[in-house]
Design a protein around this ligand. Structure first.
Ligand SMILES: [Zn+2]
Length: 379
């Protein structure tokens, strides 16, 4: 097992997660979610983007300031507009007025976005990054810089993408977070680019990945192995399009398999409950196939699998389910063997053993009925 610097978990369920198609958290939802995330031991909770067009998030920060969180609450925003000074930018001024120890701002790394989306010069964008961070650093303990579209920008214009984050570093950003905002990069690219950046930037690096190529979680682990000290993501991986990196998977993986002491054991046991809570409050079905926290994550159906688990748990389970607050289930079906029947009947007929003719009879009945189309998985 590789040893260990500190890694922090930065949750953006309330901001990036709230950008999921079909989700719109109310103020009350946001406050309840923040409490649950805090309870789970998340280190940073990004509450949203306080600005004049977003009264819910402004109110969230007003209420959150009066609550006791162990997590650092972060407010999110963007660099100043072109052709203003940072201290005149109404959005940055609003960001400073909310009472949070941390602010996170995003800026542009991709020349395509600078020239075609915000439509200013490449030099202006560098000034926007520097001036904004320096202005925020005067009043805030911690300024995190999200380098939006960093990987796409790097692939398009390496020198310029690096120049943007060097500017952020020089302006005093505490952490520089490399973002794959389009979510398209594959693991080998991530490692290559991360290594290159590591040689150029001394500031602590974080990672923020979207899941459009299905690699957000794997890429997050690789980034940590390469030296990232902050992982951003959302609970259950909710987020724009295909979602963000899934913090449930990342917390469990980093803690249980890479030895990072992220949360206490008693907090890790709340992982499944918190994950289900997020699905409920978002009005989403909770995928049975979520790693670690899904209902099927420790459900066993094949007769040989059930037999194996009954003999030794780790024959078909990568961790013990209770560590993350999940539980083991044996599913009754035509693929079951006598062991499953015995397990299901043990509360009402502890006297039975495998050789009892009743066990054989029940099993034959189930197989006959399933061949007619009945299901007993919920039994
Ligand atoms: Zn994002």
């Amino acid at each position: 097992m590789k040893k260990i610097k500190t890694v922090s978990i930065y949750d953006t369920t309330l901001r990036d997660g709230n950008q999921t198609v079909g989700i719109s958290f109310s103020l009350a939802d946001k406050l309840r979610i923040a409490e649950r995330l805090d309870d789970l031991g998340i280190h940073y909770i990004e509450g949203g983007w306080p600005n004049p067009t977003n009264p819910t998030d402004c109110e969230f920060f007003r209420k959150a300031a009066g609550m006791r969180f162990r997590a650092k609450i972060a407010a999110f925003g963007m660099t100043k507009r072109p052709d203003t000074r940072a201290h005149d930018d109404p959005y940055l001024r609003k960001l400073l007025r909310v009472k949070t120890p941390v602010v996170t701002i995003f800026g542009k790394s991709w020349d395509l976005h600078v020239e075609k989306v915000i439509r200013c010069s490449l030099a202006q964008n560098i000034d926007m990054i520097c001036d904004s961070i320096a202005y925020l650093k005067k009043s805030k303990d911690e300024v995190i810089y999200d380098a939006e579209h960093f990987f796409a920008g790097y692939n398009n214009n390496r020198e310029y993408a690096l120049k943007t984050i060097r500017a952020a570093e020089q302006a005093g950003a505490d952490t520089i977070v490399l973002c794959d905002t389009n979510g398209g990069i594959l693991p080998f690219e991530l490692v290559e680019i991360f290594r290159e950046v590591k040689q150029q930037i001394a500031a602590p690096l974080g990672i923020h990945l979207h899941n459009d190529s299905g690699c957000a979680d794997a890429n997050s682990f690789l980034a940590v192995d390469e030296g990232a000290v902050q992982v951003q993501g959302t609970m259950n991986g909710i987020g724009e399009r295909c979602g963000n990196a899934n913090l449930c998977t990342i917390i469990a993986g980093l803690q249980l398999k890479r030895g990072y002491p992220l949360v206490q054991a008693s907090q890790l046991e709340k992982l499944t409950g918190t994950s289900i809570f997020i699905s409920e409050i978002a009005n989403l079905s909770h995928s049975v196939r979520y790693p670690y926290v899904g209902e099927a994550a420790f459900s066993h159906k094949g007769g040989a699998h059930i037999d194996g688990v009954m003999k030794t748990r780790d024959s078909f389970e990568h961790i013990a389910p209770e560590i993350v607050g999940n539980s083991r289930k044996f599913v009754l079906s035509s693929q079951s063997g006598k062991g499953t029947i015995l397990e299901k009947l043990k509360n009402i007929r502890p006297d039975l053993d495998k050789k009892d003719p009743l066990v054989k009879k029940v099993l034959e009945k189930i197989k006959a009925l399933e061949s007619q189309g009945y299901h007993f998985e919920a039994a």
